[in-house]
Design a protein around this ligand. Structure first.
Ligand SMILES: [Zn+2]
Length: 353
């Protein structure tokens, strides 16, 4: 991955974006697209949509969600400890012992999230999985009034945003889901535009609120009204202990983008993706889903009278944790694959299966 592209990815990862609180990351997206798109629009839902050659007869949409799972301040007790609700799907065990940041009107406030120590748990409590209501956030406040001098009910919270490099090209961070996918669609758009005049109208959407029900893809796809759309998200890598490949498929980090097949994916889009990968010697992995996938691809496909939809995923270990781990080579190759796909949309294409 080039240095500038990598630096942009780190900025995305270090910028907070819990669902409904995506404004800071969307500012980065607007700045980025301002340099390569003809137009950049932010809709009233919060989606940012960039377009190039938008009046062309065939409209292609790339979608990556910019929101991350997080927490929201629910209640502050008399001693200044904070109870929270989840934003999106957390396993509470991932939150015990986490360093967190509260994003408040007076700026970021550091805190820690925990529960009582193992020594003080009853035998019964030791056997139970912790629940969100048994955890609290401690910002070091003296009491409720001190806490309320910086924190308000409804402020959003993330785990500490920090990127760590592992061996080979692996990188680890909170919210690789789906900032790595967001990076891919923006980079694919930039690469497709930089390679010369486009055969299609190319749109890219940084969608909001995917983690609470695929909501931004729905509103942004309605506005773009594309003929063909590809969602880029992460998928479970199964190349680590305890995951059953018979149940979950065989998906590894570093072996390239995952092209999904199944009823949520238009077969022509799948074949074009595989052909584009073969033509450029980009390794790909096949993924299968027999249902509507839990990604933006679900709602893209059923927009208006139907959209030819694809789903391309980046393998991710430890989904919805503080240590989501991906291969940067996989992301780089996915951007190349999607740029090639978009540049291949010449003439009028029938997408009917
Ligand atoms: Zn996602």
């Amino acid at each position: 991955m080039e240095a500038a592209a990598r630096e942009f990815l780190v900025r995305l990862l270090e910028t907070p974006s819990p669902s409904g609180y995506e404004q800071p990351i969307q500012q980065l997206v607007r700045d980025y697209l301002g340099r390569c798109a003809d137009s950049v629009v932010t809709d009233s839902h919060g989606n940012v949509i960039g377009a190039k050659n938008g009046a062309a007869p065939t409209r292609m949409l790339l979608a990556g969600h910019c929101d991350q799972i997080g927490l929201i301040v629910q209640y502050i007790d008399g001693d200044g400890f904070i109870s929270v609700q989840p934003i999106g799907g957390w396993d509470p065990i991932q939150l015990v012992g986490a360093r967190v940041t509260l994003w408040t009107a007076s700026g970021p406030v550091p805190g820690v999230m925990s529960r009582k120590p193992i020594h003080l748990l009853t035998d019964e409590e030791r056997k139970q999985v912790p629940k969100m209501k048994d955890l609290w956030i401690d910002i070091g406040a003296a009491d409720k009034a001190d806490c309320e001098s910086v924190v308000r009910v409804g402020d959003c919270i993330t785990l500490e945003l920090k990127v760590q490099q592992l061996r080979r090209d692996l990188a680890c961070s909170v919210a690789m889901d789906d900032k790595i996918g967001l990076w891919v669609v923006l980079e694919a758009f930039r690469r497709a535009v930089a390679a010369g005049p486009l055969p299609c109208g190319l749109f890219v959407a940084s969608t909001v609120q995917e983690e609470i029900g695929l909501r931004g893809a729905q509103t942004s796809a309605h506005a773009v009204d594309p003929h063909v759309a590809i969602a880029v998200d992460v998928t479970h890598a199964t190349d680590c202990p305890t995951i059953d490949k018979k149940a979950e498929g065989d998906i590894a980090l570093g072996k390239g983008p995952v092209v999904y097949r199944g009823p949520n994916m238009n077969p022509h889009v799948v074949e074009r993706l595989l052909a584009a990968a073969a033509a450029r010697a980009i390794p790909v992995q096949l993924g299968a889903s027999g249902r509507a996938t839990p990604t933006d691809a679900n709602v893209l496909q059923t927009t208006r009278s139907g959209v030819a939809t694809g789903l391309v995923s980046i393998p991710n270990r430890y989904m919805h944790s503080a240590v989501e781990t991906v291969s940067l080579d996989d992301a780089d190759r996915t951007a190349d694959l999607l740029a090639a796909f978009c540049r291949g949309l010449e003439g009028s294409i029938s997408w009917a299966p």
